[in-house]
Write a protein that binds this ligand. Structure first.
Ligand SMILES: Cc1cc2nc3c(=O)[nH]c(=O)nc-3n(C[C@H](O)[C@H](O)[C@H](O)COP(=O)(O)OP(=O)(O)OC[C@H]3O[C@@H](n4cnc5c(N)ncnc54)[C@H](O)[C@@H]3O)c2cc1C
Length: 415
């Protein structure tokens, strides 16, 4: 059966729901097609179930992709204050925490989804669940979209909001790229981002679960790619933590094929190598009879000490620390300031919070988010080659781009 509507939104995620609400508020009849059993499944998982819905310090510099400056005109039309106002009017009281991260006061991602669904209901947005769009073609002055559940939908305009490829169990499995390709778009190869980094190191099983504070820097064939500070969490496959998520895009998308990616950890960024060497010598002088291993209890997490000593070339960790040669102390201080570990890749799509890559934004009008390849279709959210830092930036992109796509799609509908 074919049904006619003014705007068809493909994908009922964060961008799609805001697009549907915005278009319906402009007086359009809107239908949302969602491949999962219900809309907003990924939203429920955001911010560890608390939904870090935006960030007060959001700037274009927080975004990445082939042309990250593309976000500017979108944010100029729907920025963080406008987003907070949008959610406040729906009943979500925002609460800012450290680093400008904003969460709903309820502390529940479910409440953000509840108010979005309630608003879609109130506005008469039709949501069709378990409907995976598989083809999109121009038909007359509008479009026709066929779903795997044998339904076909015709609409004056289409908003593609099918997300990227990360966490396919939560909905977005890359099928949006196929739809975009059908209407003439180029896809920048999607790779996992905001994901844990796998390390090639024999000691990982001894470090699994250990947390260290420090600065992580990444290099490709010796060329620096970036650095970030914070908590570093070791696991049996490698390492995670905010600084690692931040750097991960360079590992999944290295600057050159086959580049040797190396992570370097500075576990004492507040001290120089010389300061650290002096501190170690002071600890040794205070209790030279302690074993080399015990000497560092209180300075480093206990389970990390044996690994770090061995990495610095100190094999006999049970000998009195007073017997450590000056060269061994120096080697240890150097290691703690610049521990180099080769990367072997990243965890998979199932673990990635976002997708780097996607629809080439040069093919999209940055003011309206309308496709230049197929006018009348608008694209938004993670489907595009735009991804943000960790900390509320990705949802902000979804809200802003969903809103802007819908405003312009609705305007066209009314022409
Ligand atoms: C575990 C986790 C935690 C996160 N936490 C945060 C956070 O706290 N803050 C933050 O800013 N970002 C966070 N993110 C990232 C953020 O959730 C995404 O960037 C954002 O949801 C992207 O919105 P979107 O609408 O573009 O895509 P999605 O939310 O992925 O929505 C796309 C929707 O389209 C549907 N769909 C796909 N293909 C089709 C098709 N062919 N037909 C019909 N429907 C289709 C999917 O089922 C899905 O519902 C997190 C991500 C994950 C995985």
């Amino acid at each position: 059966m074919e049904k006619s509507i003014s705007i068809l939104v493909v994908g009922g995620g964060s961008a799609g729901m805001v697009a549907a609400i915005t278009a319906a508020r402009q007086g359009c009849t809107v239908t949302v097609l969602e491949r999962m059993q219900r809309v907003g499944k990924k939203l429920l998982a955001t911010g560890n179930g608390r939904c870090n819905l935006t960030n007060l310090h959001c700037t274009p510099e927080n975004y990445h992709g082939g042309y990250p400056g593309f976000v500017e005109s979108v944010f100029a039309q729907f920025d963080v204050p406008a987003t907070l106002e949008f959610f406040r009017k729906l009943g979500v009281e925002p609460r800012a925490e450290d680093d400008g991260k904003v969460y709903p006061r309820s502390g529940q991602a479910a409440s953000v989804l509840d108010v979005l669904r309630d608003e879609m209901d109130r506005l008469g947005v039709q949501v069709i669940a378990e409907a995976r769009a598989q083809s999109l073609i121009r038909r007359g002055s509008g479009f026709e979209c066929h779903c795997t559940n044998e339904t076909a939908w015709s609409a004056q305009h289409v908003i593609l909001a099918a997300g990227g490829q990360s966490t396919p169990n939560l909905g977005s499995n890359g099928t949006g790229y196929k739809l975009a390709q059908q209407i003439g778009h180029t896809i920048i190869e999607p790779t996992p981002a905001l994901v844990q980094i796998c390390l090639a190191a024999p000691f990982l099983k001894h470090l699994a679960g250990q947390k260290l504070q420090g600065t992580a820097s990444l290099s490709a064939d010796g060329d620096p790619c970036g650095s970030a500070s914070g908590e570093l969490l070791f696991a049996d496959y490698g390492i995670s933590g905010l600084p690692i998520l931040h750097l991960s895009r360079h590992v999944s998308r290295p600057p050159r094929d086959g580049a040797a990616m190396v992570l370097q950890l500075d576990l004492f960024p507040e001290w120089s190598v010389e300061d650290l060497e002096m501190k170690i010598q002071e600890r040794i002088a205070a209790a030279p009879e302690k074993t080399a291993e015990f000497c560092f209890v209180g300075l480093l997490p206990k389970r990390t000490i044996a690994v770090l000593l061995r990495e610095a070339g100190i094999e006999d960790i049970q000998r009195p620390c007073g017997a450590l040669e000056a060269a061994a102390v120096q080697a240890l201080a150097k290691l703690l300031k610049g521990w180099r570990i080769p990367c072997s890749g990243t965890k998979s799509w199932m673990d990635a919070q976002v997708t780097s890559g996607g629809v080439h934004v040069r093919e999209i009008n940055p003011e309206t988010l309308e496709s230049k390849c197929t006018p009348g279709v608008f694209l938004c959210g993670e489907l595009l080659d735009i991804d943000g830092d960790c900390g509320g930036y990705n949802l902000q992109w979804a809200w802003s781009s969903g809103h802007v796509a819908a405003i312009h799609a609705a305007k066209m509908t009314q022409l």
